[in-house]
Design a protein around this ligand. Structure first.
Ligand code: C5P
Length: 421
């Protein structure tokens, strides 16, 4: 699930729109009952919600339910004198910052795709400049129908955004794609799209790869060597890069964090496994990588060989032979000089000296370094403070990011990366 904070901050660009007014449009499908709960979730999340219902929708749920949930009169008539006197269709179209149509029936998709304006919903959709998100829901055979698919493609071409229907058992007894996602999932999609409209898309079109979390180095089938990294910084960066418009691949070691919405996560275990995946992703020519950010706390050493069976405690002492792990960041940097490389350094002493050394040794564009001897920042903490150094070619003085949440630090790092990339 994405972040649940709903009032979008404008720290980076005050010209970005503030999206708080949502039209929830409900059309006539059996899934309309889910929209009542979605209305409640939107209200709870702090949005100002107005509901439009088609005639079909009112066969499934009553306007009174939606009125009670949103605290606003439900709009359903195009040519209703009273309604037009309150908020007319053009005013409604201008009022909306964002429109979500859930569920969207095949009939509504067809009417929208052909530009019709034969009811309030279709008229508002033609008259608005707000982004429109459609969540189609229908019988699986209808969803697979060529005419429906052609309408969806045409709508996407017109700039409509799509929430793909879920697959599974349907109200009619069929099994297949066409179910309306659950209200929580719909909310996640809505928030994701809203964020995209609210944040400057400084990384649009870029593919960012991020390593995060601790690696596990097996001792035997049940024991391993690892460290205290939680992966929070890497996951925060994955969300921040996604919100700035990037396609994000997150290579995650041992972490207990949910996968950020719309981020492609690949789980790995050991350092060797992380390197293998990082190489596979960066060598892939169809989706070339623009930026590589290494936040993972990679174990410096691994056991020379993991015991094939559980080691028994028969001896009073034992020695583990360790060998050095590959440096993932340095390897990718060497193999792909075209990729913008970002490293992290956690130090307990001479922080800046060591960080600068790594910048040069690993041939990085940028390194963000923090002082892990401070207990209030770094590792398991939700906060961080960093100094960022740049490769000499950028002729840029170090930038100090003062103590803030890892989410905020991540957003600031994205600004710095976008400026250089
Ligand atoms: O050398 P050091 O471990 O301090 O370097 C830290 C930076 O290098 C981090 O960005 C970390 O993710 C990356 N690193 C790596 N592979 C290693 C060790 C560190 O990618 N084996």
């Amino acid at each position: 699930m994405p972040d649940t904070n709903l009032h979008i901050s404008h720290d980076t660009d005050s010209s970005q729109p503030n999206i708080s007014r949502i039209i929830l449009a409900i059309t006539g499908g059996i899934a309309a009952y889910k929209s009542a709960y979605l209305a409640r979730l939107l209200i709870k999340s702090g949005y100002d919600v107005r509901v439009i219902m088609t005639q079909g929708a009112m066969e499934f749920i009553t306007p009174l339910t939606l009125q009670a949930l949103t605290g606003n009169l439900v709009h359903s008539e195009l040519l209703d004198e009273q309604a037009e006197a309150g908020m007319g269709h053009i005013e409604l179209a201008k009022w909306a910052d964002f429109i979500v149509i859930a569920p969207a029936t095949a009939n509504t998709l067809a009417r929208l795709a052909s530009g019709m304006a034969d009811d309030l919903l279709t008229t508002v959709c033609l008259a608005t400049t707000a982004p429109i998100l459609i969540a189609p829901a229908m019988n699986q055979q209808m969803w697979a129908n060529k005419a429906v698919q052609a309408n969806v493609l045409r709508l996407q071409d017109y700039g409509y955004h799509l929430i793909e229907p879920d697959s599974g058992e349907q109200a009619c007894g069929d099994v297949g794609a066409g179910r309306l996602p659950e209200p929580e999932a719909l909310l996640a999609h809505i928030q994701y799209h809203i964020k995209r409209y609210s944040m400057p898309q400084t990384l649009a079109g870029k593919h960012v790869v991020i390593t995060a979390g601790a690696t596990l180095e097996a001792i035997d089938p049940v024991r391993y060597l690892s460290n205290h990294s939680t992966g929070k910084m890497g996951f925060a960066l994955a969300r921040a890069c996604r919100d700035a418009g990037a396609t994000v691949t997150l290579i995650a070691g041992h972490v207990h964090l949910p996968t950020p919405f719309a981020v492609n996560r690949i789980n790995v275990t050991s350092a060797e496994n992380m390197l293998e995946v990082a190489q596979k992703v960066t060598h892939h020519t169809e989706n070339p990588v623009d930026i590589f950010i290494a936040t993972a706390a990679v174990a410096d050493y691994r056991t020379r060989e993991a015991a094939p069976q559980k080691i028994k405690k028969t001896q009073s002492a034992m020695t583990l032979e360790l060998v050095k792990n590959p440096d993932i960041l340095a390897t990718i940097s060497q193999q792909h000089p075209e990729i913008f490389m970002v490293g992290f350094a956690a130090e307990t002493q001479d922080v800046e000296k060591y960080a600068h050394g790594k910048l040069v040794a690993k041939n990085l564009d940028m390194i963000a370094c923090n002082d892990v001897s401070r207990s209030d920042i770094g590792f398991a903490s939700d906060n961080n403070a960093m100094t960022v150094f740049f490769a000499d070619k950028y002729q840029q003085q170090p930038v100090h990011l003062s103590k803030a949440s890892k989410n905020e630090i991540a957003q600031q790092l994205v600004v710095l990366i976008s400026q250089k990339k």
